[in-house]
Design a binder for this molecule. Structure first.
Ligand code: TPP
Length: 211
């Protein structure tokens, strides 16, 4: 809705075992699409965005920003996360200038940010059938990144904070049904990329409790 700055993405990552596809089809999931995209992530020289848990990327030709719903809070529920996803460029510019403490430039390029990660993902997106009691869709992504890393995620998108608790429950329930529920957090693509390629940046994020 128009008063919100984006959708709330509630998700939980998992290590995709060899049986996960079978489990998906057994639950009635449908393969929606297979897509390949490049993500390039950006930050200031001082790493001001990522140290505040702001994730700015160009996916294909589009800018996207993910950030915690309330500034300074981590939207955690066990090892599940909630992030706001902003896709309108003027809103992204507004948020980024706020976090960096600089005036809003006319376009993204004028921030002069540095790329700190870039990789290609092959994603297979599955859609789970709707249960009668709920109106929100659940998606399962099976991702393979080009640095030899595979990760899965269960994701529910909601529009209001009131819906978040239910979404967390639903995401956990789906992980359990798929046999991929792990108590502790599973590292995603960006964290893994940084751990492999940008050790000092990774260390700072761990120290700041972002990872
Ligand atoms: N996941 C955990 C468990 N902790 C975190 N601090 C983050 C993620 C930080 N984070 C939030 S959004 C994001 C990162 C690194 C960008 C990448 O999002 P991700 O969900 O890994 O990739 P996508 O599915 O959007 O491609």
């Amino acid at each position: 809705s128009s008063h919100l700055s984006g959708s709330i993405e509630v998700e939980r990552k998992f290590v995709p075992g060899p049986e996960v596809e079978k489990s998906l089809y057994a639950l009635g999931a449908e393969l929606l699409k297979e897509i390949i995209f490049r993500d390039s992530y950006y930050d200031s020289a001082e790493l001001r965005l990522t140290l505040n848990d702001y994730w700015l990327r160009k996916r294909g030709d589009s800018w996207e920003l993910k950030h915690p719903p309330q500034p300074g809070t981590r939207g955690l529920f066990g090892a599940s996360t909630q992030y706001l996803e902003v896709t309108e460029e003027d809103k992204i510019i507004c948020k980024v200038s706020e976090v960096l403490g600089v005036p809003s430039p006319p376009n993204m390029e004028a921030f002069g940010l540095n790329e700190f990660a870039s990789f290609v993902t092959r994603r297979r997106r599955f859609q789970l059938p709707l249960e009668e009691s709920s109106s929100t869709m659940a998606m399962v992504d099976l991702d393979e990144a080009d640095f030899d890393f595979a990760v899965g995620e269960v994701e529910v998108i909601v529009q209001t904070q009131e819906e978040v608790q239910n979404a967390f429950q639903k995401v956990e329930e789906i992980c359990k049904k798929l046999g991929v529920f792990q108590e502790s957090a599973v590292q995603g693509k960006v964290a893994t990329f940084l751990q492999l390629n940008r050790v000092e940046h990774y260390r700072q994020l761990v120290e700041a409790h972002v990872f």
